[in-house]
Design a protein around this ligand. Structure first.
Ligand code: ADP
Ligand code: MG
Length: 251
């Protein structure tokens, strides 16, 4: 089953065409890598798919429905969740609260919730807390739960971002450079988590610069260059592709 189908996406910034005619599909259960030189349009492609920015043209189908232009929070509710190249944790908020704020519904955020609080909302909050602690333990940052997110190391922030995205129970998880600035042992740890999530049935689309890590992890690579899809195929095939080699060496 095709989980994500991107067709003819285009986005320009002034006179610069960042992405043009980008089309590809992701099958349910795949781990797909998206690579390409700096400025190739990878992040812009993610931004268009997840409606963080508007596309000039093109359509996005997800899980059997046309979701072109559907806002990010609504996409997350349908199961499409993405992380950002620059992590977006709230620095002056604790790790625990960062996790709870990601939960689909977070009672307790407004005073009237506390007053008219139903047992259903209390139960939902308890379940969200439990899930948050479980995830923080799996990701080895449970010890930091009352720490302000701003005090975490770069690597720990990446782990928090990943843990937080899982609060939304994604079908498709889109990661933008999850290994950037992360030390090798933590990279191995994140790779292990990604493989475990995929074993449980989660589909992943991962932008990454670190090709060695990615080629071992993914079933398939999509190569972007100058805002267009240059090639797609299994890692071994892509790494032998003359056009891809030229795009990297020439770029
Ligand atoms: N908000 C923006 N305003 C202007 N130009 C942008 C913006 N976002 C991206 N670009 C430009 O679009 C091109 C693609 O950028 P990006 O998608 O971030 O590439 P990648 O993630 O592959 O490194 C680059 O030339 C970049 O400078
Ligand atoms: Mg980018």
């Amino acid at each position: 089953m095709t989980l994500l189908a991107v067709e003819g996406v285009r986005r320009s910034f002034g006179s610069l065409v960042a992405v043009e005619g980008v089309s590809f599909g992701i099958e349910a259960g795949e781990i797909v890598g998206m690579i390409g030189p700096n400025g190739a349009g990878k992040t812009t492609t993610f931004n268009c798919i997840s409606s963080v920015i508007d596309s000039d043209a093109g359509t996005v189908r997800f899980d059997g429905a046309d979701v072109t232009g559907v806002p990010p929070y609504a996409l997350a509710r349908r199961g499409m969740v993405r992380t950002f190249q620059q992590t977006r944790e709230l620095e002056t908020v604790t790790v625990a609260d960062n996790m709870l704020l990601a939960a689909p519904e977070h009672p307790g955020e407004r005073a009237w919730h506390a007053i008219g609080r139903t047992s259903a909302s209390a139960q939902r909050e308890a379940a969200a807390r439990e899930r948050a602690m479980e995830l923080l333990e799996v990701f080895d940052i449970a010890g930091m739960v009352e720490e302000y997110a701003g005090n975490l190391s770069g690597g720990q922030r990446k782990l928090l971002e990943l843990a937080r995205s899982l609060m939304l129970d994604p079908k498709l998880l889109m990661l933008d450079e999850p290994f950037a600035g992360v030390n090798p042992s933590l990279t191995d740890e994140i790779v292990g988590h990604i493989e475990a999530l995929n074993d449980e049935g989660m589909t992943l689309l991962i932008i990454e610069h670190e090709l060695e890590t990615l080629t071992d992890l993914v079933d398939r690579l999509i190569v972007l260059a100058d805002g267009e899809v240059l090639a797609t195929g299994p890692p071994a095939e892509i790494m032998d592709n003359e056009e891809v080699i030229d795009a990297y060496l020439g770029g």
